[in-house]
Design a binder for this molecule. Structure first.
Ligand SMILES: Nc1ncnc2c1ncn2[C@@H]1O[C@H](COP(=O)(O)OP(=O)(O)OP(=O)(O)O)[C@@H](O)[C@H]1O
Ligand SMILES: [Mg+2]
Length: 498
Protein backbone atom coordinates (compact mmCIF):
# COMPACT_ATOMS: atom_id res chain seq x y z
CA UNK A 1 0.00 0.00 0.00
CA UNK A 2 1.46 3.36 -0.99
CA UNK A 3 0.85 5.88 1.79
CA UNK A 4 2.67 8.77 0.21
CA UNK A 5 -0.03 9.54 -2.33
CA UNK A 6 -2.97 9.53 0.08
CA UNK A 7 -4.60 12.77 1.11
CA UNK A 8 -5.17 13.54 4.76
CA UNK A 9 -8.86 12.87 4.30
CA UNK A 10 -8.19 9.46 2.76
CA UNK A 11 -5.82 8.58 5.58
CA UNK A 12 -8.41 9.53 8.15
CA UNK A 13 -10.89 7.32 6.32
CA UNK A 14 -8.47 4.40 6.50
CA UNK A 15 -8.05 4.97 10.22
CA UNK A 16 -11.80 5.16 10.67
CA UNK A 17 -12.27 1.85 8.85
CA UNK A 18 -9.46 0.26 10.77
CA UNK A 19 -10.78 1.36 14.10
CA UNK A 20 -14.17 -0.05 13.30
CA UNK A 21 -12.62 -3.47 13.73
CA UNK A 22 -11.00 -4.54 16.92
CA UNK A 23 -7.41 -3.29 16.84
CA UNK A 24 -6.00 -5.94 19.01
CA UNK A 25 -8.24 -8.62 17.56
CA UNK A 26 -6.15 -9.13 14.46
CA UNK A 27 -2.53 -8.62 15.31
CA UNK A 28 -0.01 -8.61 12.51
CA UNK A 29 -2.56 -8.13 9.77
CA UNK A 30 -1.39 -5.70 7.02
CA UNK A 31 -3.97 -3.17 8.29
CA UNK A 32 -2.66 -3.52 11.78
CA UNK A 33 0.88 -2.86 10.53
CA UNK A 34 -0.30 0.11 8.52
CA UNK A 35 -2.00 1.49 11.58
CA UNK A 36 1.12 1.08 13.70
CA UNK A 37 3.28 2.76 11.04
CA UNK A 38 0.81 5.61 10.79
CA UNK A 39 0.61 6.14 14.51
CA UNK A 40 4.35 6.04 14.98
CA UNK A 41 5.53 8.04 12.00
CA UNK A 42 2.85 10.70 12.04
CA UNK A 43 3.92 14.20 12.89
CA UNK A 44 0.54 14.90 14.44
CA UNK A 45 -0.68 13.48 17.69
CA UNK A 46 -3.77 11.34 17.50
CA UNK A 47 -5.83 9.41 19.94
CA UNK A 48 -8.99 7.37 20.27
CA UNK A 49 -11.24 8.13 23.19
CA UNK A 50 -14.16 6.05 24.43
CA UNK A 51 -16.10 6.10 27.68
CA UNK A 52 -14.11 9.20 28.77
CA UNK A 53 -10.87 7.24 28.60
CA UNK A 54 -8.04 7.13 26.07
CA UNK A 55 -8.11 3.81 24.25
CA UNK A 56 -5.17 4.64 22.08
CA UNK A 57 -2.62 7.50 22.10
CA UNK A 58 0.13 7.68 19.49
CA UNK A 59 3.76 8.24 20.40
CA UNK A 60 3.87 11.83 19.14
CA UNK A 61 1.08 12.91 21.47
CA UNK A 62 2.65 10.96 24.36
CA UNK A 63 5.96 12.71 23.67
CA UNK A 64 4.64 16.21 23.85
CA UNK A 65 2.44 15.48 26.87
CA UNK A 66 5.37 13.76 28.59
CA UNK A 67 3.50 10.60 29.74
CA UNK A 68 4.24 6.97 28.91
CA UNK A 69 1.57 4.72 27.42
CA UNK A 70 0.38 3.09 30.63
CA UNK A 71 0.05 6.40 32.47
CA UNK A 72 -1.88 8.11 29.72
CA UNK A 73 -4.31 5.22 29.16
CA UNK A 74 -5.18 5.23 32.84
CA UNK A 75 -5.67 8.98 33.28
CA UNK A 76 -8.78 11.12 32.85
CA UNK A 77 -8.23 12.79 29.43
CA UNK A 78 -9.71 16.08 30.58
CA UNK A 79 -7.13 16.33 33.38
CA UNK A 80 -4.50 16.92 30.66
CA UNK A 81 -6.20 20.19 29.75
CA UNK A 82 -5.42 23.36 31.70
CA UNK A 83 -8.39 23.80 34.12
CA UNK A 84 -9.47 27.21 32.77
CA UNK A 85 -9.54 25.88 29.18
CA UNK A 86 -11.53 22.71 29.91
CA UNK A 87 -15.09 24.02 29.52
CA UNK A 88 -14.41 25.79 26.27
CA UNK A 89 -12.48 22.86 24.83
CA UNK A 90 -15.26 20.44 25.66
CA UNK A 91 -17.79 22.80 24.04
CA UNK A 92 -15.68 23.12 20.89
CA UNK A 93 -15.20 19.38 20.66
CA UNK A 94 -18.92 18.71 21.05
CA UNK A 95 -19.75 21.23 18.32
CA UNK A 96 -17.24 19.65 16.00
CA UNK A 97 -18.56 16.17 16.65
CA UNK A 98 -22.07 17.44 15.83
CA UNK A 99 -20.65 19.01 12.68
CA UNK A 100 -21.56 22.49 13.90
CA UNK A 101 -17.95 23.55 13.76
CA UNK A 102 -15.35 22.73 11.13
CA UNK A 103 -12.21 24.68 11.99
CA UNK A 104 -9.66 23.35 14.50
CA UNK A 105 -9.76 24.78 18.01
CA UNK A 106 -6.92 25.69 20.36
CA UNK A 107 -6.38 25.05 24.06
CA UNK A 108 -3.61 24.58 26.60
CA UNK A 109 -2.46 21.38 28.25
CA UNK A 110 -0.27 20.81 31.28
CA UNK A 111 2.54 18.33 30.59
CA UNK A 112 3.71 15.78 33.15
CA UNK A 113 6.59 18.07 34.16
CA UNK A 114 4.19 21.01 34.66
CA UNK A 115 4.87 22.95 31.48
CA UNK A 116 2.02 24.57 29.59
CA UNK A 117 1.70 23.82 25.88
CA UNK A 118 -0.62 25.11 23.21
CA UNK A 119 -2.46 22.47 21.25
CA UNK A 120 -4.57 22.71 18.09
CA UNK A 121 -7.09 19.91 17.66
CA UNK A 122 -9.84 18.42 15.52
CA UNK A 123 -12.12 15.57 16.54
CA UNK A 124 -14.45 13.25 14.64
CA UNK A 125 -16.84 10.51 15.67
CA UNK A 126 -15.80 6.95 14.85
CA UNK A 127 -16.83 3.46 15.82
CA UNK A 128 -14.28 1.59 17.82
CA UNK A 129 -14.76 -2.04 18.67
CA UNK A 130 -18.34 -1.72 17.55
CA UNK A 131 -19.15 1.19 19.80
CA UNK A 132 -19.05 5.00 19.33
CA UNK A 133 -15.72 6.63 20.02
CA UNK A 134 -13.84 9.85 19.21
CA UNK A 135 -10.80 10.16 17.00
CA UNK A 136 -8.71 13.22 17.87
CA UNK A 137 -5.97 14.84 15.81
CA UNK A 138 -3.80 17.30 17.65
CA UNK A 139 -0.73 19.37 17.07
CA UNK A 140 1.70 21.06 19.45
CA UNK A 141 1.66 24.73 18.34
CA UNK A 142 3.45 26.18 21.38
CA UNK A 143 6.43 27.49 19.43
CA UNK A 144 4.27 29.07 16.75
CA UNK A 145 2.05 30.60 19.41
CA UNK A 146 5.00 31.96 21.37
CA UNK A 147 6.56 33.35 18.21
CA UNK A 148 3.37 35.11 17.26
CA UNK A 149 2.98 36.32 20.83
CA UNK A 150 6.52 37.69 20.75
CA UNK A 151 5.76 39.30 17.42
CA UNK A 152 2.64 40.92 18.85
CA UNK A 153 4.62 42.19 21.82
CA UNK A 154 7.29 43.51 19.52
CA UNK A 155 4.72 45.25 17.38
CA UNK A 156 3.10 46.77 20.48
CA UNK A 157 6.49 47.91 21.71
CA UNK A 158 7.33 49.34 18.30
CA UNK A 159 4.17 51.35 18.12
CA UNK A 160 4.57 52.66 21.69
CA UNK A 161 8.12 53.74 20.88
CA UNK A 162 6.95 55.46 17.75
CA UNK A 163 4.21 57.21 19.69
CA UNK A 164 6.56 58.19 22.49
CA UNK A 165 9.05 60.05 20.30
CA UNK A 166 8.39 63.73 19.74
CA UNK A 167 9.41 63.74 16.08
CA UNK A 168 6.87 63.03 13.36
CA UNK A 169 7.63 59.66 11.77
CA UNK A 170 6.17 58.58 8.42
CA UNK A 171 6.70 55.55 6.24
CA UNK A 172 6.69 56.05 2.48
CA UNK A 173 6.13 53.73 -0.43
CA UNK A 174 6.51 55.34 -3.88
CA UNK A 175 6.24 58.72 -2.16
CA UNK A 176 2.90 57.89 -0.56
CA UNK A 177 2.42 57.78 3.19
CA UNK A 178 1.62 54.29 4.43
CA UNK A 179 2.39 54.86 8.08
CA UNK A 180 2.43 57.83 10.47
CA UNK A 181 2.96 58.10 14.23
CA UNK A 182 0.86 60.27 16.51
CA UNK A 183 3.44 63.10 16.67
CA UNK A 184 2.45 64.14 13.12
CA UNK A 185 -0.39 65.95 14.89
CA UNK A 186 2.03 68.02 16.95
CA UNK A 187 4.52 68.74 14.17
CA UNK A 188 2.16 69.17 11.21
CA UNK A 189 -1.32 69.47 12.70
CA UNK A 190 -2.56 66.42 10.71
CA UNK A 191 -4.23 63.39 12.29
CA UNK A 192 -2.32 60.26 11.35
CA UNK A 193 -5.46 58.73 9.82
CA UNK A 194 -5.83 61.70 7.46
CA UNK A 195 -2.38 61.07 6.05
CA UNK A 196 -2.45 57.40 5.10
CA UNK A 197 -2.42 57.01 1.32
CA UNK A 198 -1.62 60.66 0.64
CA UNK A 199 1.40 61.98 -1.19
CA UNK A 200 4.28 63.26 0.92
CA UNK A 201 4.10 66.58 -0.97
CA UNK A 202 1.43 67.50 1.56
CA UNK A 203 4.26 68.32 4.03
CA UNK A 204 6.08 70.74 1.73
CA UNK A 205 5.52 74.32 0.66
CA UNK A 206 5.15 73.58 -3.05
CA UNK A 207 5.58 70.88 -5.69
CA UNK A 208 9.03 72.12 -6.76
CA UNK A 209 10.44 71.90 -3.25
CA UNK A 210 8.82 68.52 -2.74
CA UNK A 211 10.50 67.27 -5.92
CA UNK A 212 13.81 68.79 -4.93
CA UNK A 213 13.93 67.18 -1.48
CA UNK A 214 12.70 63.89 -2.97
CA UNK A 215 15.56 63.91 -5.48
CA UNK A 216 18.06 64.65 -2.72
CA UNK A 217 16.79 61.86 -0.49
CA UNK A 218 16.46 59.16 -3.11
CA UNK A 219 19.81 59.82 -4.74
CA UNK A 220 21.56 59.81 -1.34
CA UNK A 221 19.78 56.68 -0.14
CA UNK A 222 20.97 54.62 -3.10
CA UNK A 223 24.49 54.89 -1.66
CA UNK A 224 23.91 55.27 2.07
CA UNK A 225 21.45 54.04 4.65
CA UNK A 226 20.44 57.40 6.12
CA UNK A 227 20.46 61.03 5.07
CA UNK A 228 19.90 64.11 7.21
CA UNK A 229 19.10 67.67 6.28
CA UNK A 230 17.16 70.79 7.24
CA UNK A 231 14.29 71.80 5.00
CA UNK A 232 11.30 74.16 5.09
CA UNK A 233 7.94 72.42 5.52
CA UNK A 234 4.29 73.39 5.74
CA UNK A 235 1.71 72.59 8.41
CA UNK A 236 -1.94 71.77 7.84
CA UNK A 237 -2.92 75.35 8.73
CA UNK A 238 -0.56 76.66 6.04
CA UNK A 239 2.07 77.99 8.44
CA UNK A 240 5.68 77.35 7.55
CA UNK A 241 8.15 75.56 9.78
CA UNK A 242 11.77 74.57 9.47
CA UNK A 243 12.35 70.87 10.02
CA UNK A 244 15.38 68.77 10.69
CA UNK A 245 14.67 65.69 8.59
CA UNK A 246 16.22 62.30 8.60
CA UNK A 247 15.49 59.72 5.92
CA UNK A 248 16.43 56.08 6.08
CA UNK A 249 15.68 53.41 3.54
CA UNK A 250 13.78 50.29 4.53
CA UNK A 251 15.95 47.26 3.90
CA UNK A 252 19.37 46.73 2.44
CA UNK A 253 18.59 48.36 -0.89
CA UNK A 254 16.35 51.20 -1.92
CA UNK A 255 13.33 49.48 -3.49
CA UNK A 256 10.12 51.12 -4.66
CA UNK A 257 11.20 54.26 -2.83
CA UNK A 258 10.42 52.61 0.50
CA UNK A 259 11.78 54.90 3.20
CA UNK A 260 11.07 56.19 6.69
CA UNK A 261 11.20 59.93 7.34
CA UNK A 262 11.41 61.76 10.64
CA UNK A 263 10.64 65.44 11.00
CA UNK A 264 11.63 67.62 13.94
CA UNK A 265 10.33 71.16 14.10
CA UNK A 266 13.39 73.30 14.75
CA UNK A 267 11.88 76.69 13.90
CA UNK A 268 12.05 78.03 17.46
CA UNK A 269 15.41 76.44 18.11
CA UNK A 270 16.81 78.03 14.97
CA UNK A 271 15.38 81.40 15.90
CA UNK A 272 16.89 81.22 19.39
CA UNK A 273 20.20 80.17 17.90
CA UNK A 274 20.18 83.06 15.45
CA UNK A 275 19.19 85.45 18.22
CA UNK A 276 22.05 84.17 20.37
CA UNK A 277 24.48 84.48 17.47
CA UNK A 278 23.25 88.00 16.79
CA UNK A 279 23.67 89.16 20.38
CA UNK A 280 27.08 87.49 20.52
CA UNK A 281 28.05 89.38 17.38
CA UNK A 282 26.77 92.61 18.92
CA UNK A 283 28.88 92.02 21.99
CA UNK A 284 31.88 91.38 19.81
CA UNK A 285 31.28 94.54 17.84
CA UNK A 286 30.97 96.43 21.11
CA UNK A 287 34.21 95.01 22.46
CA UNK A 288 35.97 95.80 19.19
CA UNK A 289 34.62 99.32 19.37
CA UNK A 290 35.70 99.73 23.00
CA UNK A 291 39.15 98.43 22.22
CA UNK A 292 39.60 100.76 19.33
CA UNK A 293 38.31 103.69 21.42
CA UNK A 294 40.77 102.72 24.16
CA UNK A 295 43.61 102.41 21.69
CA UNK A 296 42.87 105.84 20.22
CA UNK A 297 42.48 107.36 23.64
CA UNK A 298 45.81 105.89 24.77
CA UNK A 299 47.51 107.23 21.68
CA UNK A 300 46.04 110.68 22.28
CA UNK A 301 47.03 110.73 25.95
CA UNK A 302 50.50 109.41 25.12
CA UNK A 303 50.95 112.12 22.54
CA UNK A 304 49.70 114.84 24.85
CA UNK A 305 51.90 113.74 27.72
CA UNK A 306 54.83 113.48 25.36
CA UNK A 307 54.23 116.84 23.75
CA UNK A 308 53.15 118.87 26.75
CA UNK A 309 54.87 117.29 29.72
CA UNK A 310 57.87 115.92 27.85
CA UNK A 311 58.68 119.19 26.20
CA UNK A 312 58.21 121.24 29.35
CA UNK A 313 60.43 118.84 31.28
CA UNK A 314 63.12 119.01 28.61
CA UNK A 315 62.93 122.80 28.70
CA UNK A 316 63.16 122.68 32.48
CA UNK A 317 66.18 120.40 32.22
CA UNK A 318 67.90 122.79 29.83
CA UNK A 319 67.16 125.74 32.07
CA UNK A 320 68.58 123.84 35.04
CA UNK A 321 71.77 123.08 33.11
CA UNK A 322 72.02 126.73 32.21
CA UNK A 323 71.54 127.69 35.86
CA UNK A 324 74.10 125.19 37.13
CA UNK A 325 76.63 126.58 34.63
CA UNK A 326 76.21 130.05 36.06
CA UNK A 327 76.20 129.25 39.77
CA UNK A 328 79.14 130.72 41.68
CA UNK A 329 81.78 128.14 42.66
CA UNK A 330 81.72 129.14 46.32
CA UNK A 331 78.18 127.94 46.98
CA UNK A 332 78.48 124.12 46.86
CA UNK A 333 75.22 123.53 48.75
CA UNK A 334 73.18 125.45 46.20
CA UNK A 335 75.09 123.76 43.38
CA UNK A 336 74.37 120.29 44.84
CA UNK A 337 70.70 121.17 45.28
CA UNK A 338 70.53 122.22 41.64
CA UNK A 339 72.23 118.98 40.56
CA UNK A 340 69.76 116.86 42.55
CA UNK A 341 66.91 118.83 40.96
CA UNK A 342 68.40 118.05 37.56
CA UNK A 343 68.59 114.33 38.42
CA UNK A 344 64.96 114.38 39.53
CA UNK A 345 63.91 116.08 36.31
CA UNK A 346 65.85 113.43 34.35
CA UNK A 347 64.14 110.62 36.22
CA UNK A 348 60.78 112.27 35.63
CA UNK A 349 61.57 112.50 31.92
CA UNK A 350 62.30 108.78 31.95
CA UNK A 351 59.07 107.98 33.80
CA UNK A 352 57.12 110.02 31.30
CA UNK A 353 58.81 108.14 28.52
CA UNK A 354 57.95 104.82 30.13
CA UNK A 355 54.32 105.82 30.65
CA UNK A 356 53.91 107.03 27.09
CA UNK A 357 55.53 103.90 25.71
CA UNK A 358 53.19 101.73 27.72
CA UNK A 359 50.23 103.73 26.60
CA UNK A 360 51.23 103.46 22.97
CA UNK A 361 54.55 101.97 21.98
CA UNK A 362 55.77 104.38 19.35
CA UNK A 363 58.00 101.62 18.00
CA UNK A 364 54.88 99.86 16.81
CA UNK A 365 53.95 102.90 14.75
CA UNK A 366 57.48 103.79 13.71
CA UNK A 367 59.24 100.48 13.11
CA UNK A 368 56.42 97.95 12.95
CA UNK A 369 55.43 94.77 14.72
CA UNK A 370 58.71 92.84 14.71
CA UNK A 371 60.75 95.66 16.27
CA UNK A 372 58.03 96.31 18.84
CA UNK A 373 57.95 92.64 19.84
CA UNK A 374 61.74 92.48 20.14
CA UNK A 375 61.82 95.64 22.17
CA UNK A 376 58.98 94.45 24.42
CA UNK A 377 60.75 91.12 25.05
CA UNK A 378 63.96 92.89 26.05
CA UNK A 379 62.11 95.37 28.22
CA UNK A 380 60.24 92.49 29.90
CA UNK A 381 63.51 90.69 30.67
CA UNK A 382 64.97 93.84 32.19
CA UNK A 383 61.97 94.56 34.32
CA UNK A 384 60.96 91.06 35.43
CA UNK A 385 64.32 89.32 35.62
CA UNK A 386 62.87 86.44 33.57
CA UNK A 387 65.19 85.46 30.75
CA UNK A 388 63.29 86.15 27.52
CA UNK A 389 64.57 85.03 24.10
CA UNK A 390 62.83 86.31 21.00
CA UNK A 391 63.16 84.49 17.70
CA UNK A 392 61.65 86.63 14.99
CA UNK A 393 61.13 84.93 11.63
CA UNK A 394 58.48 87.23 10.38
CA UNK A 395 59.16 89.29 7.31
CA UNK A 396 55.70 90.12 6.08
CA UNK A 397 56.36 93.78 6.80
CA UNK A 398 53.14 95.23 5.55
CA UNK A 399 50.39 94.11 7.83
CA UNK A 400 47.42 96.16 8.83
CA UNK A 401 48.21 98.62 11.62
CA UNK A 402 45.26 97.52 13.68
CA UNK A 403 46.26 93.88 13.25
CA UNK A 404 49.77 94.72 14.44
CA UNK A 405 48.25 96.43 17.47
CA UNK A 406 46.10 93.37 18.19
CA UNK A 407 49.09 90.99 18.02
CA UNK A 408 51.15 93.33 20.16
CA UNK A 409 48.45 93.66 22.83
CA UNK A 410 47.99 89.87 22.95
CA UNK A 411 51.75 89.55 23.37
CA UNK A 412 51.75 92.11 26.19
CA UNK A 413 48.96 90.26 28.00
CA UNK A 414 50.88 86.99 27.66
CA UNK A 415 54.01 88.52 29.17
CA UNK A 416 52.02 90.14 31.99
CA UNK A 417 50.50 86.74 32.79
CA UNK A 418 53.93 85.11 32.84
CA UNK A 419 55.21 87.77 35.24
CA UNK A 420 52.14 87.52 37.47
CA UNK A 421 51.28 83.82 37.52
CA UNK A 422 53.94 81.51 36.08
CA UNK A 423 56.91 81.66 38.49
CA UNK A 424 58.98 80.98 35.38
CA UNK A 425 62.69 81.69 34.93
CA UNK A 426 62.73 81.40 31.15
CA UNK A 427 60.49 82.42 28.33
CA UNK A 428 60.77 81.89 24.58
CA UNK A 429 59.01 83.98 21.98
CA UNK A 430 58.71 82.98 18.32
CA UNK A 431 57.07 85.13 15.70
CA UNK A 432 56.83 83.37 12.36
CA UNK A 433 54.72 83.08 9.26
CA UNK A 434 53.87 80.59 6.59
CA UNK A 435 51.93 80.94 3.35
CA UNK A 436 48.69 81.38 5.16
CA UNK A 437 49.21 82.42 8.74
CA UNK A 438 51.05 84.57 11.19
CA UNK A 439 52.07 82.61 14.26
CA UNK A 440 53.14 83.99 17.62
CA UNK A 441 54.23 81.39 20.15
CA UNK A 442 55.15 82.22 23.73
CA UNK A 443 56.43 79.44 26.02
CA UNK A 444 57.43 79.73 29.67
CA UNK A 445 58.95 77.14 32.03
CA UNK A 446 56.70 77.96 34.97
CA UNK A 447 54.02 76.10 36.90
CA UNK A 448 51.68 75.47 33.96
CA UNK A 449 47.99 76.23 33.57
CA UNK A 450 44.79 74.30 34.30
CA UNK A 451 41.93 73.85 31.86
CA UNK A 452 39.48 75.59 34.14
CA UNK A 453 41.77 78.63 34.37
CA UNK A 454 41.79 78.84 30.58
CA UNK A 455 38.03 78.40 30.20
CA UNK A 456 36.91 80.35 33.26
CA UNK A 457 34.40 82.98 32.10
CA UNK A 458 36.08 85.36 34.58
CA UNK A 459 39.48 85.03 32.89
CA UNK A 460 39.12 88.36 31.18
CA UNK A 461 42.72 88.44 30.03
CA UNK A 462 42.16 85.18 28.13
CA UNK A 463 38.78 86.29 26.78
CA UNK A 464 40.33 89.58 25.60
CA UNK A 465 43.08 87.70 23.77
CA UNK A 466 40.59 85.39 22.06
CA UNK A 467 38.29 88.23 21.10
CA UNK A 468 41.10 90.27 19.58
CA UNK A 469 42.25 87.24 17.60
CA UNK A 470 38.68 86.35 16.56
CA UNK A 471 38.23 89.78 15.04
CA UNK A 472 40.98 88.88 12.56
CA UNK A 473 39.67 85.37 11.98
CA UNK A 474 42.38 83.98 14.23
CA UNK A 475 42.61 81.75 17.27
CA UNK A 476 44.49 81.62 20.58
CA UNK A 477 45.43 78.21 22.02
CA UNK A 478 46.63 78.02 25.61
CA UNK A 479 47.92 74.81 27.21
CA UNK A 480 50.40 73.35 29.65
CA UNK A 481 53.58 71.92 28.17
CA UNK A 482 56.08 69.23 29.17
CA UNK A 483 58.19 69.13 31.31
CA UNK A 484 56.69 72.29 32.81
CA UNK A 485 55.21 75.59 31.84
CA UNK A 486 52.58 77.15 29.61
CA UNK A 487 52.35 77.78 25.91
CA UNK A 488 50.24 80.43 24.24
CA UNK A 489 49.90 80.13 20.48
CA UNK A 490 48.28 82.80 18.39
CA UNK A 491 47.39 82.04 14.76
CA UNK A 492 46.04 84.70 12.44
CA UNK A 493 45.31 84.13 8.76
CA UNK A 494 47.25 86.49 6.50
CA UNK A 495 45.18 87.87 3.72
CA UNK A 496 47.24 88.46 0.64
CA UNK A 497 47.37 92.02 -0.57
CA UNK A 498 47.32 93.35 2.98
N1 LIG B 1 51.71 81.70 31.97
C1 LIG B 1 50.87 81.28 32.92
N2 LIG B 1 51.30 80.39 33.85
C2 LIG B 1 50.47 79.95 34.83
N3 LIG B 1 49.19 80.33 34.96
C3 LIG B 1 48.70 81.23 34.08
C4 LIG B 1 49.50 81.75 33.02
N4 LIG B 1 48.76 82.59 32.30
C5 LIG B 1 47.54 82.62 32.88
N5 LIG B 1 47.49 81.81 33.97
C6 LIG B 1 46.32 81.50 34.82
O1 LIG B 1 45.17 81.75 34.06
C7 LIG B 1 44.32 82.65 34.75
C8 LIG B 1 43.57 83.48 33.75
O2 LIG B 1 44.41 84.43 33.12
P1 LIG B 1 43.83 85.84 32.72
O3 LIG B 1 44.87 86.60 32.01
O4 LIG B 1 42.55 85.61 31.98
O5 LIG B 1 43.45 86.49 34.10
P2 LIG B 1 44.35 87.30 35.13
O6 LIG B 1 45.71 87.48 34.56
O7 LIG B 1 44.25 86.60 36.43
O8 LIG B 1 43.60 88.65 35.23
P3 LIG B 1 43.53 89.82 34.10
O9 LIG B 1 42.09 89.88 33.74
O10 LIG B 1 44.02 91.03 34.77
O11 LIG B 1 44.39 89.40 32.96
C9 LIG B 1 45.23 83.41 35.66
O12 LIG B 1 44.53 83.88 36.79
C10 LIG B 1 46.25 82.37 36.06
O13 LIG B 1 45.79 81.59 37.11
MG1 LIG C 1 46.07 88.31 32.66
Amino acid sequence: MNLGKKTKKELLEIIRQLTQSNLSAAPNTPEENLYRILSQSSQVGFYIMQDKKFRFVNSHLRDYAGYDEDEILRMDPSSLILPEDRRKTRKNAVMMLKEQRFSPYEFRIVTKDGRIKWIMETVMPITYQGRPAILGNSMDITERKEASHRLEELEALESSILDAIPQAVVGLHERRINFANSAVKIVFGWHREELIGRSITIFYRNEEEADEIGRRFYSALVQQRTYETEFPCRRKDGSEILCRMKASRIGEKLREKRIVLTFEDITEQKKAQEELERSRQELRNLSVHLQSVREKESTRIAREIHDELGQSLTALQMDLSWLIGRLPDDSPVVREKARSMSRLVNETIESVHKITTELRPSLLDDLGLTAAIEWQAEDFQKRSGINCQADIRFTGGLIDKDLATAVFRIFQETLTNIARHSQATQCEVTLSENEKELCLEVKDNGVGIKLQQIDDPRSFGMIGMRERAHLWGGTVHVRSIKPSGTMVKLLIPLRKGE
